[in-house]
Design a protein. Structure first.
Length: 340
């Protein structure tokens, strides 16, 4: 039986990353029936929207999607398609693992952190408006008991299911007393339901410093939307950068897998960027589908190509202009070869 999966190539470097990811996923022998759907800046002219309704309908039907990154205009223009998909489908939990792989030059070897980001509330609810155009603008930060309970429970359930020892709630309750205060209060209440997992909390600014200095003291971080967005990029920087950071957006019955990084538009069509983050997002999708052996083969092959250090993209070489760096497709082909 083939898995029917919605495939959204996205824009910018997205389509070439999805080509590379397909090569690796299909080489596992698991059969896929890709339901390819267009979204992003490139389809605005054709459909009058960057997120045509058929994309959401396809995900609702297939229950699982793999996605390349999608560009969002800065300051003006359409709202983020990525945020809109998560919100429209209530994909409330964003899992972003940052795992050290030998061969990548880093400050701290052995980092293994999972950022669990709330995906539907906070400032990213997008409730904002001009108060006085050009002079003053206002954004509203939504934190609810229901939204906080479910993301913190998700983090503890994830910790239990994956043999993790500690959940840290990240907040700013010293300053944002209403929203941050509610988040921390609810997180503490939920933590009491999980006596087998350690719990602590950190104010977000301190958390940034702790992650840079002592990242190995941390395990699972559960964060409101914006702190999770920022800390997951920080965590990716601890293990080699955005090129190696995968992600999964999970709801009650639907799931969309995509890298942490964006569309890296300056490299569009250059066969240059690292496919690892997108390939490992596909690996997380295989785990979600219960294809554990195929997922482990991909993870091991990615690790061995990176450890060998020969067939890797520019970002994993000692210097950015290393002439021995290979392209996106060549790195994916090396991963396929390493799968044997
Ligand atoms: P970005 O993640 O595209 O790039 C940030 C930096 O990381 C750049 O230097 C880029 O070259 C590098 N980088 C990114 N992916 C890489 C890869 N696979 N290999 C090697 N290097 C890589 O972030 P940005 O420049 O802030 O945003 C570009 C666009 O992407 C924006 O429109 C933004 O809104 C969008 N974005 C989309 C998503 C998504 O699709 N989920 C996520 C974040 C940003």
């Amino acid at each position: 039986m083939a898995y029917r999966v919605t495939l959204i190539p996205g824009d910018g470097t997205g389509p070439e990353l999805i080509t590379a990811t397909r090569k690796v996923l299909e080489a596992t022998g698991v059969a896929f029936d890709w339901d390819i759907r267009e979204a992003g800046a490139d389809v605005m002219d054709k459909y009058g929207t960057p997120l045509p309704e058929d994309v959401l309908e396809s995900i609702r039907t297939n229950k699982v999607a793999l996605k390349g990154p999608i560009t969002t205009p800065l300051g003006t223009g359409f709202r983020s398609v990525n945020v809109a998909i998560r919100k429209a489908l209530d994909l409330y939990a964003n899992i972003r693992p940052a795992l050290y792989m030998p061969g990548i030059p880093v400050c701290h070897e052995g980092v293994d952190i999972v950022v669990i980001r709330e995906n539907t509330e906070g400032l990213y609810a997008g409730i904002e408006h001009d108060v006085i155009p050009g002079e003053a603008a206002e954004s509203i930060r939504i934190i609810t008991r229901k939204g906080t309970e479910r993301i913190v429970r998700f983090a503890f359930d994830y910790a239990r299911a994956n043999g993790r020892r500690l959940v840290t709630a990240v907040h700013k309750s010293n300053i944002l007393k209403a929203t941050g205060g509610l988040y921390l209060k609810v997180a503490r209440e939920v933590a009491e339901e999980y006596p087998d997992i350690e719990f602590n909390d950190r104010i977000v600014d301190n958390m940034c410093m702790q992650l840079v200095q002592r990242p190995k003291e941390y395990d699972v971080l559960v964060c409101p939307n914006m702190w999770g967005d920022i800390l997951s990029d920080l965590a990716s920087g601890l293990v080699g950068g955005l090129g190696v950071a995968p992600g999964a957006n999970i709801g009650e019955s639907l799931a969309v897998f995509e890298p942490v990084h964006g569309s890296a538009p300056k490299y569009t069509g250059m066969n240059k960027v690292n496919p690892t983050a997108n390939i490992l997002s596909g690996m997380l999708m295989l785990r979600h589908l219960g294809e554990i052996e195929a997922a482990e083969r991909i993870q091991a092959a990615v690790a061995s190509v990176i450890e060998e250090g020969k067939n890797v993209t520019y970002d994993l070489k000692p210097t950015r202009d290393d002439p021995t760096a290979v392209g996106t497709q060549e790195m994916a082909e090396a991963i396929v070869e390493a799968m044997g």
